[in-house]
Write a protein that binds this ligand. Structure first.
Ligand code: PXP
Length: 247
């Protein structure tokens, strides 16, 4: 099932990181989200963390009210986050592991270890009409467990791939490819994200099973030099170029 569709979800968390550094209202992540949509973002992703270090509850209220594209709410599998998701009903929810002390999301969710808890969690979100994604490493057991507990899709963690170089990076890309192929064979949609850049996105887009990449930090960083709209347009162009080259 080779796929020509490749969507870009723009993660706006780090616009909020900059805003929160001074505790005021500027720069506004919702304004950035609307600009991202104008520049070609197919969706917006925001991670409401337990410690609210970047995105706030009010940001989620405003995104739900103002966005014209789907909101993908990244969240930990806690009762607090479940209640927030159920009250807002974003188009999709991506369940991520979360530790207070981490700088960013480190490693994928352990679906095998948290099978029963995650199973009921996924079910409650899906009953509310929210499409559920699980953020996991490209590991066969985790992919199969995600399918078994009823996730609509998985997002494969690209952290190991982007951090490596040379043969080690090629090995990680191969793991992601095999993971994406397994998802296809299980009839489960597959996304990817974490740390993707202009250089690392093209080989990922060449893997036809991926239908969406969620990218944040690099795009917000590039916006300092070339502006948010141009950084998004360039990323989308590279994704489309990669996808076109795989036929
Ligand atoms: N996908 C998920 C599930 C994430 O947790 C993150 C980081 O918040 C991203 C994608 C985006 O990663 P980055 O900001 O490094 O592009």
């Amino acid at each position: 099932m080779a796929n020509n569709i490749i969507r870009l979800g723009v993660n706006i968390d780090h616009v909020a990181t900059i805003r929160n550094a001074r505790g005021g209202l500027h720069p506004d992540p919702v304004k950035a989200a609307l600009l991202a949509v104008d520049a070609g973002a197919d969706g917006i992703t925001a991670h409401l963390r337990e410690d609210r270090r970047h995105i706030s509850d009010q940001d989620i209220d405003r995104l739900m009210a103002e966005l014209t594209v789907p909101l993908n709410l990244e969240m930990a599998a806690t009762e607090e986050m479940l209640n927030i998701a159920l009250s807002h009903k974003p188009a999709s929810a991506c369940i991520v592991p979360e530790k207070r002390e981490e700088l960013t999301t480190e490693g994928g969710l352990d679906v095998v270890g948290g099978y029963d808890h995650l199973s009921s969690f996924v079910q409650r979100l899906r009953e509310a009409g929210i499409s559920v994604s699980l953020f996991i490493d490209p590991d066969e057991a985790q992919i199969r467990a995600s399918k078994e507990i009823g996730a609509d899709k998985v997002e494969l963690h690209t952290g190991c791939y982007v951090e490596k170089t040379g043969a080690a990076q090629a090995g990680e890309l191969d793991r992601l490819r095999r993971g994406a192929e397994l998802c296809e064979s299980l009839d489960m949609e597959v996304h990817a994200g974490h740390g993707l850049t202009y250089d690392t996105v093209i080989p990922m887009a060449e893997i036809p099973q991926f239908t969406e990449f969620n990218i944040g930090h690099f795009l917000i960083g590039e916006a300092i030099f070339i502006g948010l709209e141009v950084s998004i347009q360039k990323m989308k162009g590279l994704m489309e170029q990669g996808r076109a080259s795989c036929g």
